[in-house]
Ligand binder design. Structure first.
Ligand code: TXA
Ligand code: MG
Length: 315
């Protein structure tokens, strides 16, 4: 059932059930992070392999000290500016965090979502919420309550509807190795914004076999239709006569019906492009096309997170 009632959602969560919740990035599949049985239900609902750890969502940055053993100065600095927000920290975990949450890793991913309903919910609960994106494993992440209902509705007692996600791509994940900051997933907070506060960061978000972030699989966020990246003019010519759709950054193409074109932002606004990406991919995927042709955006700001999703969708 989809609804906007915070108390219903909170009650299910207190009983150890799994509930879909809105965040500013994508919808999450939430359960009591301190209850291993509730967390195991998350893995079941999502059909997610147990080796892929979950992010722990907290009511505020003040709670990080409970679930992490160490808080580097960089975390304090970034928290002041960007928490709540689309930034997840990977930190040495405290004993309060069950092993099933981190898939046995000694590091835990912590974040504070910047969504009014999610924040109210987290403040009302005496525990933090473990939550992966609320999609079946490997598919495109949901950015509306309806997306969640379409695929997982039958397996959930409640979907808390907080409207369409304002950011639209998952959080940026930042950890530390020998004290040096490393970005493991490009996401809703641009790397430039992070570097403005703590200086140069290393980006290690390309690998398909990254032992520090086992979930960052090469093939992910994938529509059912095959997705091919390149120059749209050339691709449209090469695949003329096939059932194609396109994902373009700014311009549309006269030779193709409008409903087959996902134009991310006619004005070239990265934030708008990110907000529209996943919903648009789902819409295209529902047309039963044989191919989706897509172009990459400039490699800057949120363009980098969008390109990362497009590359994985194409893999
Ligand atoms: O924006 C987001 O981060 C959304 C919303 C719901 O908060 N959540 C999300 O969760 O994208 P998920 O599970 O779809 O992606 C989390 C990523 C996975 O690639 C996982 O492997 C990685 O974070 N991760 C989580 N905990 C980790 C840990 N302890 N060590 C390494 N990687 C971790
Ligand atoms: Mg996910």
């Amino acid at each position: 059932m989809i609804g906007t009632d915070l108390h219903t959602a909170a009650n299910y969560l207190r009983q150890g059930e799994v509930v879909a919740i809105p965040t500013e990035t994508v919808y999450g599949l939430a359960g009591n992070a301190l209850d291993p049985v509730a967390v195991s239900k998350i893995f079941e609902v999502k059909n997610r392999p147990r080796f892929d750890p979950l992010i722990v969502h907290c009511a505020g940055a003040a709670q990080f000290a409970r679930y992490a053993r160490e808080l580097p100065d960089a975390v304090q600095l970034l928290s002041q500016k960007y928490i709540p927000g689309p930034l997840t920290f990977l930190l040495p975990k405290s004993a309060l965090v069950p092993d099933i949450v981190t898939a046995g890793s000694q590091r835990v991913a912590l974040r504070v979502p910047n969504h009014p309903l999610a924040r109210k919910l987290l403040h009302a609960l005496p525990f933090p919420l473990a939550a992966p994106s609320a999609n079946p494993f490997g598919y495109i992440s949901p950015t509306t309550a309806q997306h969640v209902d379409d695929q997982l509705g039958g397996r959930l007692p409640y979907i808390l509807d907080g409207g369409p996600c304002s950011i639209g791509v998952e959080s940026t994940i930042l950890g530390f190795e020998d004290g040096m900051p490393v970005v493991y997933r490009k996401g809703g907070l641009a790397i430039e914004e992070i570097e403005a506060v703590i200086g140069k960061v290393e980006v290690r978000a390309h690998s398909s076999s990254n032992p520090n972030a086992p979930g960052m699989l090469k093939s992910h966020y994938a529509p059912r239709a095959r997705l091919i990246l390149g120059k749209l003019e050339e691709l449209l010519r090469a695949y003329e006569g096939e059932q194609v759709g396109i994902i373009s950054f700014q311009r549309s193409y006269d030779q193709l019906a409008a409903d087959r074109q996902l134009v991310l932002s006619p004005t070239g606004d990265f934030a708008e492009a990110a907000r529209r990406l996943f919903a648009g991919m789902r819409q295209l995927d529902q047309l039963g096309l044989s191919l989706i042709l897509a172009e990459l955006l400039p490699e800057e700001g949120l363009g980098r997170a969008i390109n990362d999703r497009l590359r994985r969708a194409a893999a």
